[in-house]
Design a protein around this ligand. Sequence first.
Ligand SMILES: *Cc1c(COP(=O)(O)O)cnc(C)c1O
Length: 360
Amino acid sequence: MTLVDLRSDTVTRPTPAMREAMARAEVGDDVFGDDPTVLALQARMAALTGKEAALFMPSGTQSNLCAMLAHCERGDEYIVGQLAHTYRYEGGGAAVLGSIQPQPLSQDARGQMDLADIAAAIKPDDPHFARSRLLCLENTWNGRVMPHQYLAEATALARRHGLSCHLDGARVFNAAVADAGPDAAIGDVFAALARITAYFDSVSVCFSKGLGAPVGSMLCGSAALIARAMRVRKMVGGGMRQVGLLAAAADHALDHHVERMREDHGLAASLAEGLAGIAGLKVRSVDTNIVFVDVADGRGPDLLAHLKAQGILATGLIGLRFVTHLDVDAEGIRRTVAAVREFFAAGAPVAATGRAAGPY
Ligand SMILES: *Cc1c(COP(=O)(O)O)cnc(C)c1O
């Protein structure tokens, strides 16, 4: 029985063609700045996001951390969603390592903070307050695409008050693919990406999620910001050596795995459609490759166990999360819908407790 792993789009394994690209990669010592494959990927990502410079990172968490520490000084604060990755899911890194205070705000179902709340949270220059320095947004957020109007208004508001803007774009390629529409060619997707990143001073992009590379993220921004981020990256142990092996995988993904994200979005839509008619659960949202489902009567953990017994993996507790990616196909989605249907038809007993899982 093939495993259908819907826990996250991080679970993809490099394809044979990606492994070949990695094996062929020219490498050097990137801490000395002479890994040609890394330098080429950094230049490519800077161009794609419309920024002066870019820096290859081992993870999205480190990329966001380096961005926050490059934007902010000790005693500054960043305004961020209560459920944003840069606040909730990064071990408090900005506070722990940068003495940067988060100012979390509640978000609506699309992940948007109210503009009036943002305005009210920006502090005047007064020694009582931390210095409001940075606005962090996330796109996609829980698989939801942020509307351009919101991106434009929120970042303009921040700028009027002298704040910089950072985008946690771990899944920004999913947003670009969705923005570009169903018939878009790769150039159209790249253009959609640039329209999103144009609102921001810095953007962090993951290669290890829907793009299907094994490791790696990229922080893009001004040359001055990237120079500061490079100091932080070294400080937190992210200076890597012959890392062109990984940059080659990311470069391969940019050539071959961007347009195909549409297939992931299509499979997520068909999963949502298949689940929509089943009594006992409610599909919350699906814009891109993530389907959230609310399960009634505390039966989420039992449903997860039922799926697991059939070789289908997902995460969650009350709200279950199913993520489509490169290594999931239509047959896997068909099996998932059938297994969920079977669970509710059988009327399995009400359960038990479990542990909440975050958006990894
Ligand atoms: C996965 C993710 C990250 C962090 O990526 P890692 O490489 O796992 O550290 C950051 N932000 C968002 C929104 C993510 O989904």
